[in-house]
Design a protein around this ligand. Structure first.
Ligand SMILES: Cc1ncc(COP(=O)(O)O)c(C=O)c1O
Length: 436
């Protein structure tokens, strides 16, 4: 499928040719563990990557492959890999970059689970984390670079405050230091932002959120383009010969870069982490995420419009101390949003609740429509007190550094009618602040 098609065509069609699948119109679910190898010669060609094809569904599967190719097409990448969750996408990316020892440079403005994994698991695996002093100041990234920094990780729209980093400036600093920029683009989705256009080298998604869009399915995606030079001496794992990748008939071991020059990063995740650690996306879950992708832009357009209405309502509510969303009054990310997110800054944002702890509890238990739980990007609207739940792994100081004071409430706006959602907020505020 040519990438000249517009986004809305690619999201329905890319990566799938019905002629290769018994002319099935919808993408079939290949619910099989393994695939016939044919004959021993073909088996050898397949297992040494002299011929590309499916062998075993832990490593690749035709339904999952359609999702991989579709997301790569939507981001204009050369390849992608789908995994069982967004966390698998984050952790396999960091391992693939810095295995054997190295540092990742990032900011406290990360999903709580990502931040916690960086503190709890990676140092024990020889991968240490540096946090920039000032996440809004690109030069802070330059100052925090160290000899063994292997990459910079940022979120294009942060959780929960919808802050926006200067992606292009940070990409330049990464490249000046011969390391890639990794952008977790979960909140933006490929519809609102293509980080490759601004210099990102690897894009990560939790497909669990707005891409899947219906709160039914966990999934993660890693997308790459072919621009970064993995042979610059900092990443020996891409340059060392791999026994399995032997050339036929000579038997010479080849490197990942030699065999997969256009997709070295995701090929290595597949050959190493997916093969040995698992975390595959099931074909059925890939199918559900593909269903979600088919309506991505329609859903996001409505969610952004509703978010704008709800932000205006909250800005004019005397029980609200602040609203953190780029279009909100005096928001410092307005210009960055205009540059990077011209279609809107997503549907997840936060606000400050002006009551005491009891009133906050009453507020959270008074909704008729907003569901109180930890997901985002669902078709249903969601509310949560981030400091106590999604970011509970951070201590009070880390929460303040990440801009999440105790009064923070996060909303994820779904597909219900915006006026009904505003009425639901209004009655929850009224109940929370009722006298007696
Ligand atoms: C920005 C971001 N990245 C990654 C993740 C992890 O995704 P998953 O829950 O699919 O493992 C989340 C989850 O909330 C997230 O918000």
């Amino acid at each position: 499928m040519t990438s000249n098609y517009a986004f809305d065509t690619l999201k329905i069609r890319a990566g799938y040719n019905s002629e290769e699948h018994n002319y099935a119109v919808a993408v079939p679910i290949y619910q099989t563990v393994s695939f016939d190898l044919g004959d021993p010669d073909r088996a050898e060609r397949l297992t040494t990557a002299n011929e590309l094809g499916h062998v075993y569904s832990r490593i690749s599967n035709p339904t999952v492959e359609v999702l991989e190719n579709r997301i790569a097409a939507l981001d204009g990448g050369t390849g992608a890999i789908a995994l069982a969750s967004g966390m698998a996408a984050v952790s396999y990316t960091l391992l693939n970059l810095a295995e054997g020892g190295g540092r990742i440079l990032t900011t406290p403005r990360l999903y709580g689970g990502t931040f916690d994994s960086l503190k709890q698991i990676f140092p024990g695996l020889g991968i240490n984390i540096d946090l920039v002093e000032d996440s809004d100041e690109p030069e802070s990234f330059r100052q925090a670079m160290k000899e063994d920094t292997k990459g910079i990780l940022i979120e294009s729209i942060s959780n929960p405050n919808a802050t926006i980093p200067d992606i292009e400036a940070i990409a330049k600093i990464a490249h000046d230091n011969n390391v890639p920029l990794i952008v977790d683009n979960t909140f933006a989705t490929p519809y609102l932002l293509n980080p490759f256009r601004f210099g990102a080298d690897i894009i990560i998604y939790s497909a669990t959120k707005t891409i899947g869009g219906h709160g039914t399915t966990l999934g993660g995606l890693i997308v790459e383009n072919e621009k970064f030079n993995w042979a610059n001496g900092k990443f020996p794992q891409f340059e060392s010969p791999v026994y399995l990748l032997k050339e036929l008939p000579t038997g010479r071991s080849r490197t990942v870069l030699e065999v997969f020059p256009k997709v070295p990063f995701t090929a290595r995740v597949r050959l190493t982490y997916l093969s040995y650690l698992g975390a595959l996306l099931s074909p059925f879950d890939a199918f559900l995420i593909l269903q979600g992708l088919e309506t991505l832009s329609e859903r996001v357009t409505k969610q952004v419009a509703s978010t704008e209405k709800i932000v205006r309502y909250l800005e004019n509510n005397e029980k609200v101390s602040w609203v953190s969303y780029p279009s909100a009054h005096d928001n410092k990310y307005r210009d960055l949003a205009a540059k990077y997110l011209s279609r809107g800054a997503g549907s997840i944002f936060s606000f400050g609740f002006k009551g005491d702890e009891q009133q906050l509890k009453k507020f959270l238990t008074s909704f008729n429509l907003f569901s109180y739980h930890a997901n985002v990007g669902d078709a249903r609207s969601l509310v949560i007190n981030s400091p106590k739940v999604t970011h509970a792994e951070m201590n009070a100081q880390e929460q303040l550094a990440a801009g999440i004071p105790p009064e923070t409430i996060r909303l994820s706006i779904g597909l219900e009618d915006a006026n009904d959602l505003i009425a639901d907020l209004e009655q929850a505020f009224a109940k929370a602040f009722a006298q007696g």
